[in-house]
Structure formats: structure tokens, C-alpha cells
Design a protein around this ligand. Structure first.
Ligand code: ATP
Ligand code: MG
Length: 331
């Protein structure tokens, strides 16, 4: 067995699961844009091996807009890079848009990046040219691809991100938020079905971050684009209906809106400026069962109960109320 295979086997051993070659996920499962099961990513350098994803499960429906949160180092960017086809998972299963990414050849990866996904980063230095205008920047990737009617398409894309009026401004004469919107226009240039954004509002203020989220929401609502946003921004995540938290390379909990944001705005009527106060009780945090029915208890709850990983607990079901109770063994 190769070193990498041994590492993967060790990870699955630890999480009590076999590698899932024989996947229950159906590639033709049309309802889902992303189906990710037991995903493992191990980074190997000369000295260290880092298990960045250790058996992560995540499903995202077509046309969904959701966020991923988690501490620094929890594996958010790693996951996004796997979804974006920028890097290959070590094991597990990953289907995006019905395609099995673990079976991809280099050519498949290239086509996937070209046709299926769009990517937005926090720092856009890597895909924007400062001395070109906004519209030239948007045209550039299309030029490389040899697309026809580049100018018309580039102007259309700038309109989608609300920047028509700045089309002839040089990038280095635009604000960080405006540059970020140009980057979003570029990410949309190949008409992706899935838009991935890693900390897209990481370096802008609240107002600009709201504008950026509004653009994602509009694209999601009007064009059915599936959007996955990695964010540290609590205010931003409160405006998103489904937020999945990652801990140590696994999904740990899910925060869902009790009411949709649209519904909430509706109920608020015309009360202006109360958005901030009204977000208090709108979300509830849920623990996610993995596909085998295991659940990861929140750390705080375990501390309060005085239990640790490896301990045994008693589980009782009250069928009448549909509630389940956990008891510390001997307690
Ligand atoms: N190319 C790499 N080589 C080696 N280790 C890596 C590599 N990329 C990420 N890691 C490690 O994998 C783990 C997960 O990193 P990742 O970048 O996914 O975290 P993150 O959740 O995006 O954090 P942040 O919020 O700080 O961006 C970390 O321990 C990190 O050091
Ligand atoms: Mg990151």
C-alpha cells in the first residue's frame, strides 16, 4: 500500500468508516448540484501530513445559495478548492452537477473549470489587470477562450454586477468593492452553473459586503445559479438561509433560518433600519447527522454534561414527544 493510501485508510479507521468506492449517490440525481460524501483531503509535504478534510459530507441542491463558516484552518478553502476542481480529493466521493470528480482526468478537470464552475476569491490580484479597464478585464478570459461577441457579453456581465457606469474605468482607479464586482463578472463569463466564493467580502466594509451579497442573491434568484460562499462575516451569514459550519474538516452543525429572509422583510413591512435588531432570533442551529446516523455533539454541550469523546452515553427515546435524551453513563 502506498503512503497516501495508508494515510487515507488511517483516517477512515479513525472516523469508523470505509472508503466509499461503491457510492450510494447517484450521478443522475438531478436535484443536487453538489453531493459530497466522506470526503478526505490529505496534504503531504516533505515533513508533515495534514488531514484537511476528514470524512466530510455535504449536499447542496440545485438553485441553492448557502454559506460555509468555520474557524481558521477548519478546511473551508480546501473544500472549496475541491469543489472548484483546483485540487483533487484524496478519497471519498464528490459529485458536482452529476459529474464524478474523483474519476476526472486532467482534461476533464480543465473542461469542468471552463464550463461548470466560477470562482471568486477574497484577493483578486491574481485575476485582474490593474492597467486595463473594467470591460477589458472582463473580456480578457473570453479572448483567451476565443469566444465571439466578447464586448457585448462583457458589457452584459458588468451590468449584472451593477457596474455599467464604470466600464471604461481602469481597475487601479476603482475601489476594492468595485474590483471585487469586476471579479464576479469575470467568474460569470463562462456561464457557470455553480459559483464558488472564498471570503468574497473579506476585505470590504459592511455596506459593500451587502452589495456583493445582493448580487449573489440576484444571480441565484433570477438565473438559478447555485452559490456557495465561504465567510467569516457573521452579519453576512445572518442574511443567508442555510449556513453549514465545518469543524476539523467535517461538517459539524447547520444553521437554518426559521423563516426565509424574504418572508422576514415582508413581515417587517416598511420599517426601515430595523434589520440589525431583527436578526436575533431568526436562525436556529442544528446538529447534522451523517449518512450513517452519527452525530457530532456541540463542544459546549459536552463540556456542560461533563463528557468527552470516547465516553459512553445512554440514549433514550420518548416516542410520545418524539424527543431523544442523552444521559451520562452512571448519571
Ligand atoms: N497546500 C497545502 N499544503 C499543506 N497544508 C495545507 C495546504 N492547504 C491547506 N493546508 C492545511 O489544511 C488545513 C485546512 O486549511 P484551509 O485553508 O482549508 O482552512 P480554512 O478553513 O480555509 O482557513 P482560513 O479561514 O484561515 O482561510 C490547515 O491545517 C492548513 O494548514
Ligand atoms: Mg480559507
Amino acid at each position: 500500500m502506498s503512503d497516501a493510501a495508508k494515510m487515507v485508510a488511517a483516517v477512515y479507521d479513525q472516523i469508523g468508516d470505509k472508503p466509499s468506492d461503491d457510492i450510494s449517490l447517484s450521478p443522475s440525481d438531478d436535484e443536487y448540484m453538489i453531493r459530497c460524501e466522506n470526503l478526505v483531503k490529505i496534504y503531504k509535504t516533505d515533513e508533515v501530513e495534514v488531514v484537511a478534510l476528514q470524512g466530510l459530507d455535504l449536499d447542496v441542491k440545485r438553485g441553492e445559495l448557502m454559506a460555509i463558516v468555520g474557524n481558521s484552518g477548519s478546511g473551508k478553502s480546501t473544500l472549496l478548492n475541491m469543489l472548484g476542481g483546483l485540487d483533487k480529493p484524496s478519497a471519498g466521493s464528490l459529485f458536482v452537477d452529476g459529474k464524478n470528480l474523483l474519476k476526472f482526468s486532467d482534461k476533464d478537470y480543465m473542461e469542468y473549470k471552463r464550463n461548470t464552475v466560477g470562482f471568486v476569491w477574497q484577493n483578486n490580484a491574481r485575476n485582474l489587470i490593474p492597467y486595463l479597464t473594467a470591460v477589458q478585464n472582463v473580456e480578457l478570459p473570453m479572448l483567451l477562450k476565443g469566444s465571439k461577441q466578447r464586448r457585448r457579453k462583457a458589457l452584459e456581465l458588468l451590468e449584472k454586477v451593477g457596474l455599467s457606469h464604470r466600464k471604461n474605468s481602469r481597475l487601479d482607479q476603482m475601489s476594492g468593492g468595485e474590483q471585487q464586482r469586476v471579479a464576479i463578472a469575470i467568474a460569470l463569463a463562462n456561464d457557470p452553473r455553480l459559483l464558488l466564493a472564498d471570503e468574497p467580502t473579506g476585505s470590504v466594509d459592511t455596506r459593500t459586503s451587502n452589495i456583493i451579497l445582493d448580487i449573489f442573491k440576484r444571480l441565484n434568484e433570477t438565473e438559478g445559479l447555485t452559490v456557495v460562499i465561504v465567510t467569516h462575516d457573521v452579519k453576512l451569514s445572518k442574511r443567508i438561509d442555510r449556513v453549514v459550519a465545518i469543524r476539523d474538516g467535517r461538517t459539524s452543525s447547520e444553521i437554518v433560518r426559521k423563516r426565509s429572509y424574504a418572508q422576514e422583510l415582508d413581515e417587517m413591512g416598511n420599517i426601515v433600519g430595523s434589520e440589525e435588531e431583527s436578526t436575533e432570533e431568526t436562525h436556529e442551529e442544528l446538529v447534522v447527522l451523517d449518512r450513517s446516523g452519527r452525530l457530532q455533539l456541540p463542544k459546549e454541550h459536552m463540556e456542560k454534561l461533563g463528557i468527552r469523546g470516547g465516553d459512553k452515553v445512554k440514549v433514550e427515546l420518548d416516542e410520545e414527544t418524539g424527543r431523544m435524551y442523552l444521559f451520562r453513563s452512571g448519571g
